[in-house]
Design a protein around this ligand. Structure first.
Ligand code: UGY
Ligand code: MN
Length: 261
């Protein structure tokens, strides 16, 4: 991407926010990270055209996967990927060319690409997507997953542990060919996780709407749409939605694999 003094690619606070005396809600710990938009740094990844990435988590942080937000200018493109890849459209429109077919994805649309596939992902207008990439862990006797293109509204909402005020949509099929899950969780105002969870799976979490309080380890953080959270395995976690509108997040976890593998 062209790098002009008027529009630097590396611009913390590009959204207009300014840090007051070094204050930010961004907070990094061994077992969790909260990263807020005022501290996001943009840089292109190999193969990107007219696009930049905000890498939210990666092995450098301790995660076994990579999650980033890709921001495209008109005509922007993602680079190639050696692992499996999941993307979820946040804003704008995304064109996918895969297995000889073209798809157009709108906000809420998503795609899963298995390892062997060479997809082309481009943006006909200014757009943003959440991207998750993970090395595939094959399972003996189980076929590798296939390409999937769908939209969030096509996944039926399920009450979480019987609570109608907390709806989960599973975006990937719950079969053991997939080694990770991506879900959306929609909390009505005042809804909470029913328990403090502590589990072997790590999480990547992008706040999509609303706000609330996230407990991570032994700290409680105010969080809002646009924030990213990484939770290491076993990080104690709990969320309560605040405000007058629902809170929603997109959440990743490794799934369907034995911890020894
Ligand atoms: O799927 C999950 O583990 C989810 N309930 N965790 C979370 O929302 N922090
Ligand atoms: Mn969890």
């Amino acid at each position: 991407m062209a790098h002009t003094p008027e529009k630097p690619a590396f611009a913390p606070g590009k959204d207009g926010t300014k840090h007051h005396l070094g204050h930010t809600r961004t907070s990094l710990h061994a077992d969790h990270a909260l990263l807020t938009p005022d501290s996001f740094v943009r840089a292109p990844l190999p193969g990107m055209k007219n696009a930049t990435a905000i890498v939210h988590t990666a092995p450098a942080m301790g995660a076994a996967f990579t999650q980033y937000t890709a921001e495209f200018e008109t005509g922007g493109e993602l680079g190639p990927c050696v692992s499996q890849r999941f993307l979820f459209v946040l804003d704008g429109e995304i064109c996918v060319l895969a297995s000889g077919k073209n798809y157009a994805l709108q906000p809420g649309g998503y795609a899963f690409f298995p390892v062997a596939l060479t997809e082309r992902v481009s943006a006909p207008k200014s757009s943003r997507i959440a991207v998750i990439e993970k090395k595939y862990q094959p399972l003996e006797g189980v076929r590798a997953p296939s390409i999937l293109i769908s939209e969030e509204s096509a996944a039926a909402p399920q009450p979480f542990m019987g609570d109608d005020s907390l709806a989960v949509r599973m975006l990937l099929p719950d079969d053991s060919s997939h080694d990770f899950a991506v879900n959306t969780m929609l909390y009505q105002p005042g809804a909470t996780l029913p328990m403090v969870e502590s589990h072997v799976m790590e999480h990547g979490l992008l706040m999509l709407e609303g706000e609330g309080i996230y407990r991570l380890g032994n700290s409680w953080y105010p969080v809002a749409a646009g924030d990213f959270i990484w939770m290491a395995p076993y990080c104690p976690q709990w969320f309560g939605a605040l405000g007058k509108v629902p809170a929603k997040y997109l959440i990743y976890k490794p799934w369907n694999r034995h911890p020894l593998e």
